[in-house]
Design a protein around this ligand. Structure first.
Ligand code: WTA
Length: 629
């Protein structure tokens, strides 16, 4: 499965494009299937319809767990590093993790959870979160993990859309100096929902927790600790594995659907190749399992590959900005995979937190989630990797399931701020506004993909039309990523950022429309428009232009608006800047001209372009004057 030289990459890539079915069948045959597939691939991007390994039957957890019991039951599968360094680390061998997942699966099944049911998981970064997801997969239930920083209203939206009848949560989560009462947030969410049958509650922080008899179930009481095995449900390749909600340019977040077979094959293949993973290495991905990175590269990819995956409960800056480096040294981490925003944030503390840290175990560094600027790239390379670790810049999306464009560590060349080359089986193209492919190098355009790879999004849950319109409609016959990109003379891709109304704030995807809707929920707000602006640490910050009836908004109103955003989405969507305005630049047909607002937020006031089509060009002057630095 592993590519180990540039020539081999080139050969493999060529083969994967000429004979995708033969190529992927070969990779897939290295997994455990209960029944082999009849057809490797069936697709068209018009409906769209994509089916991989049709007729094949499997259970992904047998590949993550059971498969390893024969030859490496005592290898560590999961290392858990708690938020507080004074508390003890936990470790699970493959055998132990298998048993934990079996017990959890039995608990869920005993309380009515069955194949096809949707289960929302709202937990902190603790081993039980991985166990809960795997337990769902084991019984064939579809998990939908909700990031622990989201609000009660976000839970309501997701539970309703997914029609979930079960929630798995914990009493509280530790994040730095803060404790977040997850269970009470779930309780708030459930006040308006009557479709939930059971809430499973894992006791983690030990804080006082209200339990509703009949509905709420303590994990430690319901699990039968004497159970060691639980049979894995037989799943078809194209049965749903999970739904993960993600933001787009319009409306509420949509449920990206991933299925069992292709997702398993692709995440494992990319994990092994991008990071050049070798047995017994310790892999530390700092993402939260609430996001796709955690799904694919903390849980499924590494475990299917038999790797040792480290998960961390806390944040990089607590108790101090040396926390990541202490974890690397303590556990002798070999591969570190993090986000540019974390690197920039740690950079801002200078080199002192790195003093006295060894970091000698590191071999490979990775980044994901947003474009990495050169300064951050070199800091990571020089001070963390000490000039000897290749950096993989991995570009991908919730919808792609796994990494699509990245160098392979130490095998293909890195170029700072370039994700570089496509994975085998991935055919990127750049298109101009008219949808014509931009040929030749160098080139620039909107990034699309020509043909399906095994872990491409199958649909948006219960709304296939939305999937079609969002990804397959702008450029017929192509999957549209929503990103812009450049391609250099050698064919390396550099992702320049979103070309739609999606923001990337600290590596978190947030739709401008979502933030506007949240702001508008505040009774003192008439209308709002939200755009991004460059932010030194977060990559992008959120700039909100807000109309309120009293001519002058004030700091109190700003605070109240922030509190409303906290309630509707969560603190990650809080605007960095709120400018009160009396009007917004609109066309005669009433459309807000975001281009102008974006330029103003970015401070590029002299390049506003044509404003003559505006209903009232005077508002632009007012907005320019009131701009917040
Ligand atoms: C951005 C995260 C530049 C991009 C895995 C994409 C990146 C969005 C990179 C998806 C990268 C992700 N370089 N930009 N290496 N990786 N992005 O769904 O804009 O949370 O469309 O998936 O993040 O974010 P998502």
């Amino acid at each position: 499965m592993k590519i180990t030289s540039l020539e081999e990459y080139q050969k493999t890539y060529k083969r994967s494009i000429e004979d995708p079915e033969g190529f992927w069948a070969e990779i897939a045959s290295q997994f455990t299937w209960k029944k082999k597939w009849n057809k490797v691939l069936d697709w068209n991007f018009t409906e769209p319809r994509v089916k991989w390994f049709e007729g094949g039957q499997l259970n992904i957890t047998e590949n993550c767990l059971d498969r390893h019991l024969a030859d490496k039951p005592d290898r560590t599968a999961l290392i858990w590093e708690p938020n507080d360094p004074a508390e003890s680390t936990r470790r699970y061998t493959y055998k132990q993790l298998y048993q934990e997942v079996c017990r959890t699966a039995e608990m869920l099944a005993a309380h009515g959870v069955k194949k096809g049911d949707r289960v929302c998981i709202y937990m902190g970064m603790i081993p039980e979160l991985a166990m809960a997801a795997l337990a769902c997969a084991r019984i064939g239930a579809v998990h939908s993990v909700i990031f622990g920083g989201f609000s009660a209203q976000s839970i309501v939206d997701r539970v309703q859309d997914a029609r979930a009848e079960y929630i798995i949560t914990c009493d509280g989560a530790n994040r730095g100096a803060k404790e977040i009462s997850l269970k009470s947030i779930v309780d708030d969410a459930l006040e308006d929902l009557d479709i939930i049958k059971h809430v499973f509650v894992h006791r983690h922080t030990g804080s006082e927790t209200r339990m509703i008899p009949g509905r709420d179930i303590w994990w430690h009481e319901a699990r039968n600790e004497s159970i060691n095995d639980y049979p894995a449900e037989i799943m078809d390749s194209e049965d749903l594995l999970f739904i993960l909600y993600t933001s787009g340019s319009t409306g509420k977040p949509k449920g990206a659907v991933h299925t069992c077979g292709g997702y398993m094959v692709y995440t494992t293949y990319t994990f092994i190749n991008v990071f050049q993973y070798q047995p017994d290495e310790i892999f530390f991905c700092t993402a939260d399992i609430g996001w796709v990175t955690g799904h694919s590269y903390i849980v499924y990819g590494p475990l299917c590959a038999g790797a040792t995956s480290l998960m961390f409960e806390g944040i990089p800056t607590w108790p101090d900005a040396g926390r990541f480096w202490d974890i690397v040294d303590k556990h002798k981490v070999n591969i570190l995979y993090t986000a540019p925003t974390a690197i920039r944030s740690l950079m801002s503390y200078g080199l002192q937190p790195l003093e006295g840290k060894d970091l000698g175990s590191l071999k490979v560094l990775g980044t994901v989630g947003e474009p990495i600027n050169e300064e951050a790239w070199f800091w990571y390379h020089d001070h963390v990797g000490k000039n000897r670790c290749p950096i993989v810049d991995t570009w991908w999306q919730t919808e792609t399931g796994g990494i699509l464009i990245s160098n392979l560590a130490g095998v293909t060349s890195a170029r700072p701020s370039y994700a570089t080359l496509p994975m085998p089986g991935v055919q990127p193209v750049l298109v101009d506004e008219k949808g014509n492919e931009v040929l030749g190098n160098p080139a620039a355009g909107n990034l699309c993909i020509k043909a399906p790879w095994p872990s491409i999004i199958r649909t948006t849950y219960r709304d296939h039309e939305r999937c079609r319109l969002t990804y397959f409609h702008s450029y017929p016959g192509l999957y549209f990523t929503g990103d812009g990109a450049l391609r250099d003379e050698d064919g390396n891709y550099r992702i320049t950022g979103r070309v739609d109304d999606v923001l990337n704030v600290s590596g978190h995807r947030i739709g401008t429309a979502e933030v506007e809707n949240a702001i508008n929920e505040h009774e003192g707000v008439v209308e709002s428009a939200v755009v991004g602006f460059p932010h030194d640490i977060k990559g992008q910050g959120i700039y909100a232009f807000v109309i309120c009836p009293e001519k002058e908004g004030n700091d109190q109103l700003r605070k109240a608006i922030n509190a409303t955003v906290d309630l509707v989405i969560g603190p990650i969507a809080r605007p960095d800047r709120i400018q009160f305005v009396t009007g917004l630049p609109k066309t005669r047909s009433g459309k807000i001209m975001r281009r102008i607002l974006r330029k103003i937020a970015e401070g590029e006031m002299h390049q506003l372009g044509d404003t003559t089509t505006l209903l009232d060009p005077n508002v632009v002057e007012e907005i320019k004057k009131g701009r917040i630095e």
